[in-house]
Design a protein around this ligand. Structure first.
Ligand code: ATP
Ligand code: MG
Length: 137
């Protein structure tokens, strides 16, 4: 079994969609093996999205990610990294497939409700940024 890192983003927590998104995750066969609601610091958000720091939307992205609490999660299942990318749908909800989280819930390419790790290596790095080993059960 594989593990991936997930964030329910501020646009979704603000609209009380945590449970609806968790239902979608669980229906897809992924198990939520760790979860907590936190308010990111600016430094945490800048580190987390550091790969995008030269992009024009970086400032907007960081402001958004610290604007409200988020829910950070570890998801476990077969091919969890690729499967959760599929369950989330395309970054831009206009391009997301029917039934995906972003198609159902996202507001825009920026306020797109969910994050999922894009590789197994990044999943391990991201999980370690938010969870101790004994918090994942
Ligand atoms: P995430 O990393 O959050 O799972 P992703 O891997 O689908 O999303 P990335 O290319 O890594 O997409 O972009 C990271 C995040 O930056 C996006 O989820 C979105 O919130 C924001 N973003 C990406 N492109 C744009 C854009 N053109 N305008 C505004 N925000 C954007
Ligand atoms: Mg990404």
């Amino acid at each position: 079994l594989e593990r991936t890192f997930s964030i329910i983003k501020p646009d979704a927590t603000r609209r009380n969609l945590t449970g609806a998104i968790n239902a979608t995750i669980e229906k897809a066969g992924l198990r939520i093996v760790a979860q907590k609601r936190i308010l990111l610091t600016r430094a945490q958000a800048e580190t987390f999205y550091g790969v995008h720091k030269e992009r024009p939307f970086f400032g907007e992205l960081v402001d958004f990610m610290i604007s409200e609490p988020i829910v950070v999660q570890v998801l476990e299942g077969e091919d969890a990294v690729a499967k959760y990318r599929e369950v989330m749908g395309a970054t831009n909800p206009a391009n997301a497939a029917e039934g995906t989280i972003r198609k159902e819930f996202a507001l825009s390419v920026g306020e797109n409700s969910a994050h999922g790790s894009d590789s197994l290596e990044n999943a391990q790095i991201e999980i370690a940024q938010f969870f101790a080993g004994n918090e994942i059960v």
